[in-house]
Design a protein around this ligand. Structure first.
Ligand code: CMC
Length: 427
């Protein structure tokens, strides 16, 4: 394997170092390209560009493999817990019993939000999309926690990370409560991270809320499946925002804004809406034809992925979890049959086969979340809650990386060349 790559530009050959990761494609280090050749690379959408070095998450899109710190997502989803995965992503290794207990205790002690933050919610319309509220309220955390915004202090970075992970369920539950006009519930420290979130969301002060262990397990697994995903759009947004030295609360708010889009985290909401619109299996062929029609903007939501050219391993676990939740809750939803049949038909269709379009994490998640009782508008909020772990871990990794610089892409300029200003009466 060569350690240099030769690029011929303007009749001159230039060598560039080839860097090898522990697994996955090598990268050509083109940092000196402009200095040596006066040219840039052009890669809108970063389809062939590694933006950073990272030791957190690895995806083999061809094989459908997802590893967090080396551990397969299927094993983590089946055998681990969200708190353990959070520790793993932040610290690089699975925790000992004591480590995990200390970590859980720390997170639990940070779940309350500043009392004045509650009044912030009242500025929003009751029918505001909860993701709009999340963008605003999470961004506002930097106005409340001044003692953890100095990013040059590792201690403050750790506290900010813990605060974000701990407060996200509280803020997410508050966004939901605000939309349904019910009082906010304070966190309850004797509950697990996930049970506490379920209680703050679905409980009311008038009576005791009993957490269904099957629902708690499913929710925790959904959080694990969303915890991190390499350099996706929102994570790259967090890194780019953080590269300027912005405080962590502002960076995570930027990530939430990016996640909201339907091509990214907003796809779970869009996928369930689509499945409900399809309604019955007999309508599936019509929607498949629409998805294939270049003149129709409709796409199969929850299908396709930039990196996976195989079944998204998270979708496999998600589909299994739907069955478990239905069984435990003794419910069913005809929309699941629509989803299963849509998947089957699409995977037999040449268009989807040739383009390697498979169900992604968002295809089945909505079916479970809806069974648990969440309205579709909350789906992306839950994604944001879980992804906060990945965002802060990636942000911390970036800040500690000596190669880190402010992110500043260049461009292929195609606008007018220099021309003289023309006075308004002469135009
Ligand atoms: N339905 C129909 N056609 C599709 C779909 C789809 N869901 N996804 C991709 N294609 C086609 C697309 O039209 C294109 O065709 P052509 O080569 O003829 O122009 C080809 O497949 C490649 O698609 P692309 O848009 O160039 O690929 P991309 O890597 O830029 O986009 C994607 C990836 C996830 C944005 C896209 O597959 C999509 O829009 N999927 C639906 C939204 C969705 O489910 N998003 C969630 C992604 S997973 C969770 C997350 O990241 O948050």
């Amino acid at each position: 394997m060569s350690d240099t790559a030769k690029l011929a530009v303007g009749g001159k050959d230039t060598d560039f170092p080839v860097l090898h990761g522990s697994v996955g494609p090598d990268v050509i280090d083109i940092r000196k390209l402009y200095a040596q050749t006066g040219e840039f690379t052009y890669d809108p959408g970063f389809t062939s560009t590694a933006s950073c070095e990272s030791g957190l998450t690895y995806i083999d899109g061809e094989e459908g493999v997802l590893l967090h710190r080396g551990y397969p997502i299927g094993q983590l989803a089946e055998q681990s817990s969200f708190m353990e995965v959070a520790y793993l992503l932040l610290n690089g290794e699975l925790p000992s019993k004591d480590d995990l207990s200390t970590f859980k205790n720390t997170i639990t002690r940070h779940t309350m939000v500043h009392e004045q933050l509650a009044t912030f919610f009242r500025g929003f319309r009751r029918d505001a999309h909860p993701m709009a509220i999340m963008c605003g309220v999470v961004g506002a955390l930097s106005a409340f926690y001044h003692d953890s915004t100095d990013i040059s202090d590792p201690e403050q970075r750790t506290i900010a990370s813990h605060r974000l992970i701990a407060k996200m369920p509280t803020i997410a539950a508050m966004a939901y409560k605000y939309s349904v006009g019910q009082p906010f519930l304070y966190p309850q420290n004797d509950l697990s991270y996930t049970a506490n979130f379920l209680r703050m969301t679905f409980g009311v002060p008038a009576e005791e809320y009993v957490v269904d262990p099957a629902v708690e397990k499913a929710m925790d697994r959904i959080f694990i499946l969303h915890a991190d995903h390499e350099q996706n759009a929102s994570t790259s947004t967090v890194r780019l925002a953080g590269s300027s030295g912005a405080n962590p609360f502002a960076c995570i708010a930027a990530g939430i804004a990016c996640l909201w889009g339907p091509a990214h985290g907003g796809a779970n909401e869009a996928a369930l809406n689509m499945l409900r619109e399809i309604g019955t299996p007999d309508k599936i062929p019509h929607y498949i034809e629409r998805a294939k029609d270049k003149d129709d903007p409709f796409r199969l939501m929850g299908f396709g992925h930039r990196v996976y050219k195989n079944y998204d391993p998270r979708a496999t676990v998600m589909q299994k979890t739907v069955r478990e939740v239905f069984k435990a809750m003794k419910v069913t939803d005809p929309v699941f049959d629509v989803a299963l049949q849509l998947e089957e038909m699409a995977l037999k269709d040449d268009y989807f086969v040739e383009k390697k379009l498979f169900p992604n994490v968002d295809f089945y998640s909505g079916v479970i979340l809806s069974a648990i009782g969440f309205p579709t508008s909350m789906f992306t909020v839950l994604f944001a809650l879980a992804r906060t772990v990945g965002w802060v871990a990636q942000w911390n990794e970036m800040i500690s990386d000596p190669a880190q610089k402010i992110g500043r892409p260049r461009q292929l300029y195609t606008g007018p060349t220099q021309r003289d200003y023309v006075a308004i009466d002469k135009r």
